[in-house]
Design a protein around this ligand. Sequence first.
Ligand SMILES: [Zn+2]
Length: 211
Amino acid sequence: MSGLTIIGSRQPVIEDRPPPPIERTTAHKWLIGQDRRKMPNPEPACKPLYISKIAEEKMRNHALSKAHERTEVMGLMLGQVFTHDGTEYTMVRDVATTDLDASSTRVRFRRDGFEKLFASMDDVGFDHIVTGWYHSHPGHGIFMSPTDVDTQKGMFSSSFHRAVVIDPINKEIGAYRLGGVDVEPVPFAIYWEEFQNPYFGTSVRKRTLAD
Ligand SMILES: [Zn+2]
């Protein structure tokens, strides 16, 4: 990925606000084992990540929409960063993307796609910052490749920046931030607003691989 320095420099004012209450959060259904048991009540010390139901569905459906041709997808995560009881946490409320140059092992925004990307960011109906990026690994599993780590270091190096990786074939998902040797996994929860249906409600039609 390249050409994104324009969005990496803005440092937000970090307000104090409590995170979503436990009754409006859940673990992602694609998490397994230990990862799932740690959620949806992450240790505050790990600077947790909260992803809105809407943003999660958009990312997952984007990844699934290209799964049949085994092509990667990517986009930006938009949201806010808050602090509460001395703990910083990141909220992703929506995502934005544009036309992509993509294969089964790499992806980037098309150079002529930035106008569309910025327009889609402007369409978001709330004040936001870029809180990170998502991309897919169709069939490759969940990890951050050396290229992904370079992208994180180059474009998403603030303490609140996160990366989400989705494998739509194996149905796996993970989140990362800079830390440790290069990047380290971070726990995350899905949350929804009071007026929304719970995450796993049956009223929302969900895209599947067969669609
Ligand atoms: Zn990758």
